[in-house]
Design a protein around this ligand. Structure first.
Ligand code: FMN
Length: 354
């Protein structure tokens, strides 16, 4: 029987040659000025047979940076660097969207290489430690609470990032609203203790995330914008206990924007079916993620629960993952000690078969 994993798919303006997506992965290989390097061009080119590549998290501004050697999309040099990445992926027939990731309070100041604000919905530090430049986890900096007056300009920074990505030839953008970063910090009651219109009820906590999504959709078209989220994900100090009251208004608001896709890091919760919730409240196509295999991913698509699936870790050591899944070839295992070294080794030296 035909395997739908290898069928083409249209997601808004995106044209996927198969339904196997590369999930976003931070790899700490940007150069001075947070500019994408030639190593990154090679890395993404090697993986261009994915139906769609989602880049690592990319900061929309200096303030959005929290980790070591992560790339940006606000300077002319960064845009030029990304243009080389987009060109390389397109030359191989692939499609690529950029994940826009603002760390909010999840910042180790020494990772930045410059002085900049640390911002969050409330002045509460991230309770989890985060790797510093040497890879050893340390306490994050204390954020200042954003005032409501600042929020429209902050949303506009995401819109500018989206425009810059498209100017670089990138096919679209994905808003990172999971894993405890700025957008998730607004959604989650553990990090959002605001008493204004942006805090309190689930609908209020979804207000700034929706302002950002709308600004991005207005900038480049909703059909070039994806939304990544993960109900029940406790990462970086999020309270996982009460997802639906926030995610339903988020999905309902997103539904009005005609998004290209929803990218769901599915925690497979006991009391909430995140994929079904997304289908109920938003008509955008779904990319499902988290610990999938070719078999479980195929089953999700055949059951109509997802339109495409994404793999993170499997793409690290298998640049030709799509062809390996097609032929049933064995998958190589990554060396996790080399994930964030900034070096060539463990990044672009995993060979394709044949
Ligand atoms: C090295 C590494 C870096 C990651 N960086 C990001 C990131 O920048 N943005 C994001 O949304 N998820 C990130 N993730 C999560 C992955 O995209 C994915 O959701 C996770 O690995 C689960 O999928 P898998 O089971 O197929 O690996 C990262 C995961 C890994 C292993």
């Amino acid at each position: 029987m035909n395997n739908p994993l290898f069928d083409p798919l249209i997601l808004g303006q995106l044209r996927l040659s198969n339904r196997i997506v590369m999930s976003p992965m931070t790899r700490d290989r940007a150069g001075p000025g947070d500019v994408p390097t030639d190593l990154m061009v090679t890395y993404y080119r090697q993986r261009a047979s994915a139906g769609l590549i989602v880049t690592e998290g990319v900061q929309p501004s200096a303030v959005g940076k929290g980790y070591w050697r992560t790339p940006g999309i606000w300077s002319a040099e960064q845009i030029d660097g990304w243009a080389k990445v987009a060109e390389a992926v397109h030359a191989e027939g692939g499609q690529i969207v950029m994940q826009i990731m603002h760390c909010g309070r999840v910042v180790v100041p020494a990772n930045r290489g410059y002085e900049a604000d640390i911002i969050a919905p409330s002045a509460l530090p991230c309770p989890d430690k985060v790797p510093g430049p040497d890879g050893i986890p340390v306490a994050t900096g204390t954020p200042r609470a954003l005032s409501a007056d600042e929020l429209p300009a902050l949303a506009e920074e995401f819109a500018t990032a989206a425009r810059n990505a498209v100017a670089a030839g990138i096919d679209g953008v994905e808003l990172h609203a999971s894993s405890g970063y700025l957008i998730n910090q607004f959604l989650n009651p553990a990090s959002n203790r605001r008493e204004d219109a942006f805090g309190g009820s689930g609908a209020n906590r979804a207000r700034f995330p929706l302002m950002v999504l709308k600004a991005m959709a207005d900038a480049i078209g909703g059909d070039r914008v994806g939304l990544r989220f993960s109900p029940g994900n406790p990462y970086n100090g999020m309270d996982p206990s009460d997802p639906a009251d926030t995610f339903v208004p988020l999905l309902q608001g997103a539904n009005a924007l005609g998004l290209a896709y929803l990218h769901i890091l599915d925690m497979q919760l006991k009391d909430l079916d995140s994929l079904a919730m997304a289908r109920t409240h938003c008509s955008a196509p779904i990319i499902a993620n988290n610990m999938l295999t070719a078999e479980t991913g195929r089953a999700l698509i055949e059951a109509g629960r997802a339109d495409a699936i994404s793999f993170g870790r499997a793409f690290i050591a298998n640049p030709d993952l799509v062809s390996r899944l097609k032929t049933g070839a064995p998958l190589a295992k990554p060396d996790y000690s080399l994930l964030y070294t900034g070096e060539e080794k463990g990044y672009v030296d995993y060979p394709a078969l044949g």
